[in-house]
Design a protein around this ligand. Structure first.
Ligand SMILES: Nc1ncnc2c1ncn2[C@@H]1O[C@H](COP(=O)(O)OP(=O)(O)O)[C@@H](O)[C@H]1O
Ligand SMILES: [Mg+2]
Length: 268
């Protein structure tokens, strides 16, 4: 090991920062599923990409190309057959600090018998955090998504937009440094989706989170992402990666954005 490398590692340990590593590194990941009576289905084949610290990456591809499976593998919810995933330079197998990783599922998965604030606090219950602190942090998270005053409402009493904010707040309550989102706003109408995009971008910039979201929506990818990883189906492979260099906010109808979307459409 060179002196420079040794010094850098020492500094890294001293500051607790891991600036030398991407937030996420997916390397040659493969996954197949077997169903009784059918041939094995290869869902992901040799998928590799990196997510730079503090950046937003979109995984874009048609329905069924393995996006959710890939996100579940990154989140440690599904095991890959091949390859590896590193979070902050640590292999998934030994990674333990899941408080650092937030996950927003495609369906909001709110518990109907719990109020908004109780749903959000759920994320903190596994940890030994006192009840009052859990409540305070859940309230803060609810505030950060613009839902002050809705603490005691049940999911059944909330609109679709409010529910997705509660789900977003729940994924943020542990103040994750990495946020994974699976088509989070796909069920919202376009106006509400745009509003949620702006809120997510505001929160991401304020907290400098590294974000990975999967989508089949080209406009969503171009609106939010610094980098787009395009997946092609059968089996899911990375077709190409595109850097989106457009200034923010990226508004619907902006000519540069329209051109970028056109370019992506050619690639899918
Ligand atoms: N647990 C599973 N068992 C069997 N097949 C699965 C399972 N999960 C996903 N698949 C299949 O893998 C493929 C990719 O699914 P998915 O990752 O959900 O794609 P996407 O999110 O891009 O729509 C689909 O054909 C789906 O039916
Ligand atoms: Mg999916």
């Amino acid at each position: 090991m060179s002196i420079e490398v040794a010094l850098r590692e020492e500094q890294t340990e001293a500051t607790g920062a891991r600036q030398n590593f991407p937030a996420i590194r997916v390397a040659s990941v493969g996954k197949h599923f077997t169903r009784a009576g059918t041939r094995a289905l290869t869902v992901l084949d040799d998928v590799s990409f990196s997510v730079a610290l503090g950046s937003i990456t979109a995984i874009l591809g048609p329905s069924g190309c393995g996006k959710s499976t890939l996100l579940n593998i990154i989140a440690g919810l599904v095991a890959a057959d091949r390859g590896s995933v590193l979070i902050d330079g640590q292999p998934l197998q030994t990674f333990v600090d899941w408080g650092r990783v937030g996950y927003l599922f495609q369906d909001d998965r709110l518990l109907p018998w719990r109020t908004a604030i109780e749903n959000i606090a759920l994320g903190l219950e596994a940890e030994r955090i006192p009840r009052t602190e859990r409540r305070d942090r859940a309230r803060q998270a609810l505030l950060s998504v613009g839902l002050a005053g809705f603490e005691r409402m049940y999911p059944g009493e909330l609109s679709g937009g409010m529910r997705s904010r509660v789900a977003l707040a729940r994924s943020l309550v542990k103040e994750p440094r990495i946020l994974l989102l699976d088509e989070p706003f796909s069920k919202l109408d376009p106006a509400l989706r745009s509003q949620m995009h702006l809120e997510l971008l505001g929160i991401q910039a304020a907290r400098k989170m590294s974000v990975v979201f999967v989508t089949h929506d080209i406009e969503e990818a171009v609106t939010l992402a610094d980098r787009v990883v395009i997946l092609q189906p059968n089996p899911g492979r990375v077709r190409t990666e595109i850097e989106i260099g457009l200034a923010r906010p990226r508004l619907h109808g902006n000519p540069a954005m329209t051109a970028q979307m056109q370019a992506l459409r050619q690639l899918i």
